[in-house]
Design a protein around this ligand. Sequence first.
Ligand code: FES
Length: 164
Amino acid sequence: MKKDSNKVKPEKADGPGGATMGRRGFVKAGIGAMSVCYVGAVAYPVYRYLAAPAKRAEETAKISQIALPMDKLPPAGTALTFMFGSRPALLIHLADGTKVCLDAVCTHLGCTVKFETDLQRIHCACHGGVYDARTGKNVSGPPPKPLKPYKVEFANGQINISRA
Ligand code: FES
């Protein structure tokens, strides 16, 4: 039987003997693994950086009660701005001794409102909104709703403020 001389013998793609192909494959796999590690080393801190504020905001939104030391009580006729979780709040000590706590986020477009000691009212500097300091009711300007009230209680030498 005659041997077919036209028959092409399959060659190894990377060279004779197969040894070079193994090395190239190994180097390619190593470069691929290093690339994956590099991308992970860069991407993970970026992910942590971006995810952390969202997670923190989620945790602080769950806060339903806080306690302030008694020495934080503002003098009569003034107010204290503090953070209730992730939101600013106002602890108002009215001139007649009444203590009121209100959310300090304007119901118009979300600016932080301030207590005006001279006029004994809550004012939003962004668009001139005005709220009643005793009730949080919106009395003039663009705010569409009153400020959300918090419950204030005094116990064990602390000011306990909770969602109403
Ligand atoms: S954001 Fe307060 S009045 Fe507009």
